[in-house]
Design a protein around this ligand. Structure first.
Ligand SMILES: Nc1ncnc2c1ncn2[C@@H]1O[C@H](COP(=O)(O)OP(=O)(O)OP(=O)(O)O)[C@@H](O)[C@H]1O
Ligand SMILES: [Mg+2]
Length: 260
C-alpha cells in the first residue's frame, strides 16, 4: 500500500506547487493523474520517487517512509533518457545490482524480448526510433521488478499510433508482475484506457480536485458508449478544475482529447 498523507511542496523560490495531497493506492492499482499545466503533477511524482523531497506530509510504501530513491519505486519520464554510451542491452541491465554478470544479461535480454526488441540488444540508443527508445526505457524500469512504477507523460512525444500501441503494451507488461502504476498524462483517452481511477488536479496551489473511478472491464473498447461516458466525466471535471464551465448540456467528445 502506498500511503500519501497531506503531501505538499514549497520550492525554495516560494512557489507553492503542491498542497495537502492525500491518497491510498493499493498494490497493483493503476492511477492516472491529469490536470492543467503547472498543477503539481510532476512535483508529486518526483516526491513519490524520492528524487525530490516533499516539504510537507508523508509518503509511505508498505511501512517504509520514502525520502530518497528506492529500488521498489521506478520512474519513466517523457523522454527515454537512455545512456548514449551504453548498448541497448546494457541500458536495460543498468538498474540491476546484486546480480552476477550472467544473471544481469539474462534478465535484461528477457525484458528486451518482452518489449519486442530482442533484436536491438547490441544497438546504440541513437539507432532507435522514439517509440523503440521508450520501450527500452519501460524495459529498464521494469527489470528490477519495482512495486511502484511512476510514469510522467511517457507517451506524449510519440505519434498517435505508436502511443496507442505502447498503451496496450504497457498493460501486457503490467499483467506480468502487477506493480502499482501512477501515470501522469494530458490525454484523457489514455487515462481512461489504462486507469482504475483518474485523479484530477487543479492549480494554484496544486491539489487533488476530484477522483473518477473507471469501472470498465479490460480490454477496454475505446469506441463504446460507456468509455465515451467516462471520458466525458473526466473532461467535465477538468473544465470545472479550471473554473471553466462546460457548455450547457453534454460536453462533446471526439477522438483522443488532449488536455494541456
Ligand atoms: N524546481 C522548481 N523550482 C521552482 N518552482 C518549480 C520547480 N519545478 C516546478 N516548479 C513550479 O511548481 C509548479 C508545479 O510544477 P509541475 O512541474 O509539478 O507541474 P505539472 O503539473 O507537472 O505541469 P506540466 O503539465 O506543465 O508538466 C509550477 O508552478 C512550476 O512553475
Ligand atoms: Mg509535468
Amino acid at each position: 500500500m502506498l500511503a500519501l498523507d497531506h503531501v505538499g511542496k514549497i520550492y525554495p523560490n516560494g512557489v507553492n506547487a503542491l498542497e495537502g495531497f492525500s491518497a491510498r493506492i493499493k498494490p497493483g492499482e493503476i492511477v492516472a493523474i491529469i490536470g492543467g499545466s503547472g498543477c503539481g503533477k510532476s512535483t508529486l511524482l518526483r516526491a513519490i520517487s524520492g528524487l525530490d523531497c516533499a516539504t510537507h506530509g508523508s509518503i509511505v510504501l508498505d511501512g517504509l517512509a520514502i525520502a530518497a530513491p528506492h529500488e521498489k519505486i521506478g520512474i519513466i519520464f517523457q523522454e527515454p533518457r537512455l545512456l548514449p554510451w551504453l548498448s541497448v542491452l546494457d541500458n536495460v541491465a543498468f538498474g540491476l545490482t546484486d546480480l552476477s554478470a550472467t544473471q544481469r544479461r539474462e534478465r535484461a535480454e528477457a525484458a528486451l524480448a518482452r518489449v519486442g526488441l530482442a533484436n536491438k540488444a547490441d544497438a546504440w540508443p541513437r539507432e532507435l526510433s522514439g517509440g523503440q527508445a521508450q520501450r527500452v526505457a519501460i524495459a529498464r524500469a521494469l527489470v528490477p521488478r519495482p512495486e511502484v512504477l511512476l510514469l510522467d507523460e511517457p507517451f506524449s512525444a510519440l505519434d498517435a499510433f505508436t502511443r496507442t500501441d505502447l498503451q496496450d503494451h504497457l498493460l501486457d507488461l503490467w499483467a506480468d508482475t502487477k506493480p502499482t502504476l501512477i501515470l501522469v498524462t494530458h490525454d484523457v483517452e489514455e487515462a481512461v484506457v489504462l486507469a482504475d481511477r483518474v485523479m484530477v488536479m487543479r492549480p494554484h496551489p496544486g491539489r487533488l480536485f476530484e477522483e473518477i473511478k473507471v469501472d470498465l472491464t479490460r480490454p477496454r473498447d475505446r469506441a463504446s458508449p460507456l468509455f465515451e461516458g467516462v471520458k466525458r466525466r473526466v473532461l467535465n471535471a477538468l473544465d470545472r478544475s479550471l473554473d471553466r464551465a462546460p457548455p450547457a448540456g453534454e460536453q462533446p467528445v471526439t477522438g483522443a482529447a488532449m488536455w494541456w
